[in-house]
Unconditional design. Structure first.
Length: 93
């Protein structure tokens, strides 16, 4: 589901993360603010994925998403912060 589908468009990160936790959903975003592990400790979350790509082109996003899905087969997302970049994925727990 998207923030728009849940009527959360424009809401503060805290509100969106609270809904994600209540519904046991991971947050997938381009918003770097939620990558602040002191403000949003990953261990307290169902998972956070932040896309940090050099291009927002469809092809770049698709390639990054494919890499993310492959990693999800081997790594857990709950309690973790994943930073998806063009050439790598960093995982913080």
């Amino acid at each position: 589901m998207t923030v728009i589908q849940q009527s959360l468009g424009g809401q503060p990160e805290e509100c969106v993360l609270e809904v994600c936790e209540r519904e046991q959903r991971a947050l997938v975003t381009h918003d770097l603010d939620v990558a602040n592990i002191r403000r949003y400790p990953p261990a307290e979350r169902s998972g956070i994925v932040v896309f940090r790509l050099g291009s927002q082109a469809h092809s770049a996003a698709e390639a990054a998403t494919r890499r993310l899905l492959e990693h999800l087969k081997r790594e857990r997302l709950a309690g973790m912060l994943w930073i998806v970049e063009d050439e790598r994925i960093r995982i913080h727990g």
